[in-house]
Design a protein around this ligand. Structure first.
Ligand SMILES: Nc1ncnc2c1ncn2[C@@H]1O[C@H](COP(=O)(O)OP(=O)(O)O)[C@@H](O)[C@H]1O
Ligand SMILES: [Mg+2]
Length: 234
């Protein structure tokens, strides 16, 4: 099976050299646990490898995303300039839309952006690698059934386009949606910040919950966030 690097060599080695190509991996975890940074490693490496990448960021604008990556020495601004990397403006659109609704005192802010299937049309034709961060914002007013229908359609659409995708979903939304996002994806990674009972200190971990067709470790993997981004603790 062909593989795409996670962007972290030590992590690749724990899943037979990376995420399976042409499939979707779900990353879930609490706020600040390292989901976005894990996603940035993936995109940065794929750009370095000359692949066409596209990021749909719902919680940050382009500048913030690039600035965050640069704090880890990643070159996303260059890839963005030479068009290897596209960043969708869904964040700006969302904030503009909210401002519009507020200005006109329209009541149905509930209708706000619950179009998950529509994300498929935003991905440029020649894209190979996709990161969606954070799909949870689309689920605030959704029933579990509607989410399941839309999410499954998204996953099938991504597969049809032969895209290698990472979808991030904050754990609060994931739990609200009954954890069903995990069913239709090829793999699930969970990042967390937890109290380490041995050292009595807080520590970060990555758990590889499942990856189809792949041998994975059962134990959580400790990691730090450093000036180089995520570094696994040996
Ligand atoms: N340059 C950096 N050096 C060290 N830690 C950082 C740096 N940038 C961000 N972090 C840490 O990463 C955390 C955010 O990680 P992020 O991937 O954005 O979380 P999530 O997307 O899961 O909410 C911050 O709370 C901070 O602790
Ligand atoms: Mg994030």
């Amino acid at each position: 099976m062909e593989r795409i690097s996670t962007g972290i060599k030590d992590l690749d080695m724990m899943m037979e050299n990376g995420y399976p190509s042409n499939h979707t991996i779900l990353i879930t975890g609490t706020t600040g646990s390292g989901k976005t940074i894990l996603g940035l490693h993936y995109i940065n490496q794929a750009c370095r490898d000359g692949k066409k990448c596209f990021v749909i960021a719902t919680e940050e604008d382009q500048e913030d995303l690039i600035a965050q990556s640069e704090s880890f020495g990643m070159q996303l601004s260059e890839y963005f300039k030479d068009k290897r990397l596209g960043i969708d403006r869904v964040f700006d659109e969302r904030t503009e839309y909210i401002k519009g609704i507020m200005a006109h005192h329209v009541a149905d802010i509930d209708e706000l952006q619950s179009d998950i299937i529509g994300l498929l049309d935003r991905i440029p034709k020649d894209t190979e690698i996709v990161l969606i961060d954070n799909i949870g914002v689309f689920t605030l007013n959704m029933s579990v059934n509607e989410f399941r229908a839309q999410f499954d359609t998204l996953i099938r659409g991504l597969a049809k386009k032969k895209l290698s995708s990472v979808i991030i979903m904050d754990s609060a939304s994931n739990e609200r949606m009954g954890g069903i996002a995990a069913y239709s994806v090829y793999g699930v990674i969970v990042t967390s910040i937890k109290d380490d009972p041995y050292t009595n200190k807080m520590g970060r971990t990555i758990r590889i919950l499942k990856i189809r067709n792949t041998k994975i470790p059962i134990d959580p993997i400790g990691f730090d966030i450093t000036s180089k981004g995520i570094v696994l603790i040996k």
